[in-house]
Ligand binder design. Structure first.
Ligand code: 1HN
Length: 345
């Protein structure tokens, strides 16, 4: 491959004159924007232990009342993107949110898509477009683009959850904004009841659901039972994994990011294929080693880590006796829709 000319090879007054006309020579930058054979991700494999986050988040509870925060969140920022950008990867934002008993995070809607993975505590709820969703450990609750959502807490202990948003992408596209409102009216109907069994969907004798997002809450009790059942049914299945899907379309639950629940059998090591999307791993139950090329993290329950795309990742259950349950978020739907999805091995 040819060595291309550098910026320093050009006369400084020429470069300055170009800049004064809003012009830039391509060749000194060409390899940077299009490196040979594979991308050079800014995303770095990063581990955020829950034991580090929790006390700092509780301190935020002391320091900042909910009225002054609206959403009391510590952002899990990837140092490869610089902390100010608040990105876990190119398209993914992660935050750990605290709601204290009696608090209310007011209703709003926005263009970025979000999900919540509940980490600890009971008594909190999210009302999404009129549907009141209880928040229990391991539940996944969707707040897709444009849907009203607010969080409240009738319990007596702190509730903490992990927010996953496609904010970096939506912000980059200059399409990110929000709208506020008062309290929502709670309406009838719960997607997780209507679509309680995979493969059996409500039949449109009169009118088919016109909801773009018919299921908003995916209870952990159901996801866990489905994983156990899949593992028992297929003892030789290597990746015991479920996709959180839209039960009407069969596609991904949201448009940009993909969400999955994975069960590692006792003692299992699972080598994932090398693929283009970045990934996030969050331990719901148990513990796991996450090996990202030559880096190795030991994840305990409620820990979170991320891996850039185009890297080899191996997940190993830390226990020989009990399964480990992992929540995964990735950029697959985005890559597939854009036609840049790749699997290398
Ligand atoms: C948001 O709306 C929530 O509703 C949490 O709980 C985190 C981060 C950026 C933008 C919007 C929420 C968010 C957010």
């Amino acid at each position: 491959m040819n060595e291309l000319g550098r910026l320093e090879d050009l006369p400084a007054d020429y470069v300055a004159e170009l800049a004064s006309h809003n012009l830039v020579p391509l060749w000194p930058n060409l390899r940077g924007v299009m490196p040979p054979n594979k991308p050079r991700p800014q995303t770095r494999a990063t581990h955020w232990p829950y034991a580090t986050i929790r006390p700092l988040l509780m301190k935020a509870g002391d320091l900042t009342p909910i009225e002054k925060a609206e959403r009391r969140v510590l952002v899990l920022a990837n140092p490869g993107h610089t902390l100010e950008k608040m990105q876990a990867s190119a398209a993914m934002y992660l935050g750990m949110q605290l709601l204290l008993p009696g608090e209310w995070a007011p209703s709003h809607r926005h263009t970025p898509n979000a999900v919540r993975m509940v980490v600890e505590g009971t008594g909190a709820w999210s009302t999404v477009e009129g549907e009141k969703c209880p928040m229990l450990r391991g539940d996944l609750i969707l707040t897709p683009t444009g849907l009203w959502h607010e969080h409240g807490h009738d319990g007596d202990e702190p509730v903490i959850w992990l927010d996953v948003l496609d904010l970096p992408l939506v912000y980059y596209m200059e399409t990110s904004y929000h709208v506020e409102s008062g309290r929502q009216e709670v309406t009838e109907g719960h997607g997780e009841r209507a679509y309680a069994r995979g493969g059996l969907v409500p039949t449109p004798v009169f009118e088919r659901s016109n909801k773009a997002y018919p299921m908003l809450r995916y209870p952990w009790a159901d996801a866990r039972a489905a994983l156990e059942s899949l593992a028992a049914d297929q003892p030789s299945l290597e990746a015991v994994q479920l996709t959180y899907s839209n039960p009407e379309t069969g596609g991904h639950a949201e448009n940009i990011l993909g969400f999955y629940a994975l069960m590692l059998r006792p003692g299992q090591a699972l080598k994932l294929p090398v693929r283009s999307p970045a990934m996030v791993f969050h331990i719901i139950e148990g513990g796991a080693q996450v090996q990202v090329e030559d880096q190795r993290f030991t994840l305990l329950e409620a820990d979170t880590c991320c891996a850039p795309g185009y890297t080899a990742v191996t997940l190993t259950n830390s226990s020989d006796e009990a399964p480990a349950f992992i929540f995964i978020a990735d950029e697959t739907p985005l890559h597939q829709k854009l036609g840049v999805f790749e699997k290398r091995s």
